[in-house]
Design a protein around this ligand. Structure first.
Ligand code: CAA
Length: 283
């Protein structure tokens, strides 16, 4: 099927970024969140990012204005009724996501595709909350969405070939490289990334090196854009812990056990950049 109207549920950092790249690609986009102030914050994020892309000459002012013009907002899910593709980017809670998908399933057209941007909740579990598991898929964008090249596409147990093809085409139209994988814990990105981050936290916990030295060694030695502790702060330490717990529960393998220092940071509310403090302190 050809996708023209894209819905995004959740106007946080990820949802705003997804809405932005879809609008930049020429899709008509409807961004929905529960309250007007959440939607307004999402739009402010998009406008700031578009302005930055104009400043960097990635986009012309005309392209940015046109992208913004393709973006509308709503606080009622009914606004998504005419969408061909709806991408969910709400809180990482399986019960809340399942409830949302049951509702979306009842209001979008029969051919519409439902997608989740979850970083680790099983796609098959979310798809089972709908009557369209064949038209259900994982579309895992990376943060910051406007800059990161990848979409990790996850095929649930019943995702059809036609759904995969339509979503790959839509992702490519958004200027992304799309790579797919099957639906097993942590998919590929977080199954590989989180053990590295966790090991860096263990190194800090055991006093092997300072946070600055751990990050510098990995950044300079491996040519990573950020060290693993700075990256953990950027992702959010609560998110890192939740993903590690999904890996641990899913594989029942102790190699995925979260470092106690990570658990303690989350208990203290030191969640990284978003709370002003994690492994580092932020302005
Ligand atoms: N839109 C537009 N411009 C943006 C932006 C956005 N959303 N975010 C940052 N920029 C701009 C910055 O403002 C900056 O502009 P100036 O040069 O004018 O200051 C420019 O992009 C470059 O940024 P920085 O100079 O701060 O730093 P950088 O060159 O290192 O790039 C980065 C920033 C792209 C974030 C880079 O550090 C990077 O690639 N880091 C790793 C990110 C990563 O691994 N993301 C994946 C996380 S995992 C995930 O998302 C999935 C999950 O499930 C957990």
């Amino acid at each position: 099927m050809s996708i023209q109207n894209v819905g995004v549920v959740g106007a946080g950092q990820m949802g705003a970024g997804i809405a932005q790249v879809a609008a930049q690609a020429g899709f008509k986009v409807t961004l929905v969140d529960l309250k007007p102030e959440f939607v307004a914050k999402g739009i402010a994020t998009v406008e700031k990012s578009l302005a930055k892309l104009v400043e960097k000459k990635v986009l012309t002012q005309e392209q940015a204005t046109a992208a913004r013009g393709r973006l509308t907002t709503a606080t009622d899910l009914m606004a998504l009724a005419g969408c061909d593709l709806v991408v969910e980017a709400i809180v990482e809670n399986a019960d809340i996501k399942r409830k949302l998908f049951t509702e979306l399933d009842g209001l979008v057209g029969p051919a519409a595709i439902l997608a989740s941007n979850t970083s680790s909740i099983p796609i098959t579990l979310l798809a089972a909350a709908t009557k369209r598991p064949d038209r259900f898929i994982g579309m895992h964008f990376m943060n910051p969405v406007p800059l990161m090249k990848l979409i990790e596409v996850i095929r649930g147990a019943d995702t059809s070939d036609a759904t995969l093809a339509a979503v790959v085409a839509a992702g490519q139209a958004m200027g992304k490289e799309v790579h797919s994988c099957r639906d097993f814990p942590g998919f590929i990105s977080n199954r590989v990334l989180m053990p590295m981050i966790n090991e860096a936290i263990f190194c800090l916990h055991e006093g092997v090196a300072t946070a600055e030295d751990i990050d510098a060694i990995m950044k300079l030695g491996m040519n990573h854009p950020m060290g693993p502790l700075a990256l953990a702060d950027f992702i959010g330490l609560d998110t890192c812990l939740a993903i590690l717990n999904v890996l641990y529960d899913g594989f029942k393998d102790p190699k995925y056990r979260a470092c106690p220092l990570l658990v303690q940071k989350v208990q203290a509310g030191h969640l990284g950049k978003k709370s002003g403090r994690g492994f580092y302190r932020y302005g």
